[in-house]
Structures are given as C-alpha cells and as structure tokens.
Design a protein around this ligand. Structure first.
Ligand code: AMP
Length: 118
C-alpha cells in the first residue's frame, strides 16, 4: 500500500466522500472543511507538485473537473475559489498534487495570509 494518503484514496484503500471520478482524477470532500463547500480534486497518478512532470493531459483533466465539481456541489452559479498550495512556502501539507474548490459563502477580498501575521 502506498504511504501517500491521497494515493490510498485514489486506489480505494482509504474511504473518502467521493464527489466525482473519471479515468484521470478523483474529487472528494476535504476532511477538515474550511468553507461550506470544500472539495479536493486529485490526479490519480502520484505527483507531489504541479511541476513534478505532470503531463498536460493530466493538468487538463484536473482543471476540467473543477466546473463539474462546482456544479455537483451547487456553487457553479454562486462562485467559488480554486486554490493549489504548492510546496513548503504555500503550506502544502499533503504531498500529492490537489486542487481545492471552496465556496458556499461570501469570501473576503484578498487571499494571502502570512504565518508571521496575526
Ligand atoms: P494542503 O494544505 O493544500 O496540502 O491541503 C491538504 C488538505 O487535505 C487539507 O485541507 C486537509 O484537511 C485535507 N485532507 C487531509 N487528509 C484528508 C483525507 N483523508 N480526506 C480528505 N481530506 C483530507
């Protein structure tokens, strides 16, 4: 079994609340949601980072899933934020490329907070 928890989810070795799946990607609800809608989309292939030899085909599949997930989760009309935390300075905590789709509530302008700010 892979040590990567998102590979385990992709391989159906670990449970997740799956929202959408196709040959290349899987989308599931974040276990610690930070918005009323907070869904993660992962490529089924393991890539730690966006620059980690990810093919254009996989990147396309990843981002093509975004509006599908938004539609399924009911935020296509109201809007949503799409975030990729990539690497240490971005505070990426799971080393398997993933896209956050977040919505369901009006967000404030601005999206960056630094760790040395209160
Ligand atoms: P990031 O900080 O961008 O690496 O985001 C990782 C996200 O994965 C966090 O929002 C976690 O809450 C979420 N997460 C970690 N483990 C799981 C899991 N088993 N199922 C669903 N979401 C998870």
């Amino acid at each position: 079994m892979s040590e990567c928890i998102f590979c385990q989810i992709a391989d159906k070795e670990m449970d997740a609340a799956v929202v959408y799946e196709d040959d290349a990607v899987m989308a599931f609800d974040d276990i610690m949601p930070q918005a009323p809608v907070h869904t993660l989309i992962i490529p089924k292939e393991h890539h730690a980072h966006i620059g980690d030899a990810v093919s254009a085909e996989t990147l396309l599949a990843l981002f093509a899933a975004v509006p599908k997930v938004a539609e399924i989760k009911g935020v296509a009309e109201s809007g949503y934020r799409v975030i990729v935390n990539n690497g240490d300075d971005a505070a990426q905590t799971v080393g398997h490329l993933h896209v956050h789709v977040m919505g369901g509530r009006q967000m404030a302008h601005g999206m960056v907070r630094f760790s040395d700010e209160t």
